[in-house]
Design a protein. Sequence first.
Length: 277
Amino acid sequence: MHELPLVIFTVFSQIAVGAMVTLWIIDLKGGVTSNKIGKGLSISIFVIALVAILSSVFHLGQPLEAFRALVNVQTSWLTREIWLFSLMLLTMIGYIFTWSKKYENKRKIVGGVSSLFGLIAVMGSAMIYVLPAMPAWNNFSPIFFFVMTGVLLGPLYVSVVLYFFDKESMNIWKVAPLMALVYAMSSFFYITVLLSGTGTLETTANNIMSHPMFVYRGVFSWIIPAVVLLPFFFFKVKRKPAFMLLAIVFTIAFAGEIIGREIFYNTIVELDINQVD
């Protein structure tokens, strides 16, 4: 996998942001009744985000000179991305330490700030790829699909952890099958739009569909979460998927997003300097 560091960075960072926003919303609604569990969950999210940041360094040609990427805030989305994720990590540290009753009000504020930095950082990551030289990316699609990874995997991750401690009370997992359907329909619409174009747009679409893992990506990220979890919408409220089932769905969806990101990086066709697309 040629772009493995970027695949790990983008997918892991988006899981972390999706999980952070989910945990913050649950906390706002009083869904986390144990500060110990809330703190443990927030620590695990921080670790995922940290792994993402560290993996991105290995994509650089000279990792020891990574500090040079910090000085171009005014002109570089890469620099903005680094600063935004750094601010998210810093505020998450504060969020972790506020998991006690006496800091409850401050925790919700700090959690909101950290979630905001994370969401903007994910969009900043996507903006790096919105380039005129890459017509298939030079639109809203990178932002949408990066956010969708977080929306799909973040709530699933939080549900798996809370179910492990038998504390899931808000059925957060229900977000996943709905988002999987939205994700699938949007992806096929995107490919259809590319196919209606010419040159690099059409070629990129053909590359995506002919990729050997394209079908697996769709099955893992969209079909399995929807098919497995949607039936639970028709059961009584007390009926819910078992921990192991949720864990399996999360793992499969995670694999699907890893595959999807590899397809994202390796099927794009760059506009030739002499080509009019």
